[in-house]
Design a binder for this molecule. Structure first.
Ligand code: BMA
Length: 327
């Protein structure tokens, strides 16, 4: 491999080889969707969810919209990353900040191991959407921290390590509705509470990413830069279409975009991506990686209804990003 992941081995990463004859740089798991909408009694839909390796197995935080159609976060476990047990009760965040802020809704979680614990970020209601932050050691108790920003913001995604001594997050300032704009910004913090030194990372750029963009899974450190898989939105005559692309960001100054795909790497094309509560949505929120093999397994929401799994190989994806860059 010419380009490699800087990270840990994950020999039990869910994986399926690319189908023979496929032209795609990212390919779908043949058993998709891996999480059906009605896996638990309380759910209307389970999508846009985040998973991590946990104690030799897997754990995660799942967006489960309930049958009132309220947006909730639930914890879950898996032996293999494919078959999931998700708690029927939503996460009850603990701590003084949780008591102070209260709970209205949460959606689109990301989860990352950072230094000594797992951090969860999500879109959290606080007089409108902004970025909620919490930590857990065991996926049972989740301690809520301060929201990272004032409203309105979405797609808050932490980097897996400090950069130049500071914690780092990507986010997408937005509005109180179905935002028709949106660029990705970078912010840093000394303590995961106070965020500043904001930098612009990238703006929409035509085609599948012409209306708005937002970070997807937490950035993956590679020898070529931070590999960012992100979503982009096109406004069609029939509404928004959510696809995914990838970019390489500078390792020390991640607001500097080195390469960025002009074509999408995943777009809504299968029945479960094109038909559901919100049609035509592929929304990646998590990526598992196995550094020795370069394998990447991406979890993505499909049509705001179910959760799918897709795969790529780091050297192939980076070569594709470079060869098809719009930067
Ligand atoms: C965005 C978010 C996502 C959702 C997408 C498509 O604004 O709300 O959770 O998947 O819209 O509905």
């Amino acid at each position: 491999m010419s380009s490699t992941i800087i990270g840990d081995p994950l020999p039990n990463i869910p994986w399926e080889d690319k189908p023979a004859g496929s032209w795609d740089v990212m390919w779908r798991y043949s058993g998709n969707p891996v999480i059906p909408r009605n896996l638990i009694p309380s759910s209307n839909s389970i999508f846009n969810s985040a998973v991590v390796p946990y104690q030799g197995k897997f754990a995660g935080v799942f967006r489960c919209d309930d049958r009132r159609r309220f947006m909730q976060l639930h914890a879950g476990r898996s032996e293999d990353g494919i078959h999931w047990q998700i708690n029927n009760e939503r996460i009850q965040f603990s701590g003084e900040t949780a008591a102070e802020l209260g709970w209205v809704y949460g959606y689109d979680p990301r989860v990352i191991w950072l230094e000594d614990r797992y951090y969860v970020t999500w879109c959290n209601w606080f007089h409108g959407p902004t970025i909620g932050v919490a930590y857990t050691h065991d996926f049972e108790t989740f301690v809520q921290m301060e929201n990272a920003y004032l409203p309105f913001n979405r797609n808050g995604v932490l980097f897996p390590r400090r950069i130049n001594g500071k914690y780092a997050m990507l986010s997408r300032p937005s509005d109180n509705g179905h935002t028709p704009f949106g660029d990705i910004f970078y912010s840093e913090s000394p303590d995961l509470t106070h965020w500043g030194c904001h930098r612009h990372v990238m703006a929409p750029n035509g085609g599948w990413q012409s209306t708005k963009i937002g970070a997807g899974p937490n950035p993956i450190e590679t020898t070529e830069g931070w590999l960012l898989i992100y979503h982009g939105v096109l406004t069609s005559c029939n509404g928004f279409v959510y696809s995914a692309g990838a970019a390489l960001l500078d390792l020390e100054k991640p607001w500097k975009v080195i390469y960025r795909t002009a074509p999408y790497i995943l777009s809504p094309q299968t029945l479960y991506e094109c038909v559901g509560d919100v049609p035509n949505v592929c929304f990646p929120c998590a990526a598992l990686t196995d550094a020795p093999t370069g394998r990447i397994a991406v979890y993505y929401g499909c049509a705001d209804t179910v959760t799918g799994l897709a795969f790529c190989q780091v050297d192939e994806l980076i070569a594709y990003v470079k060869a098809n860059s719009c930067v």
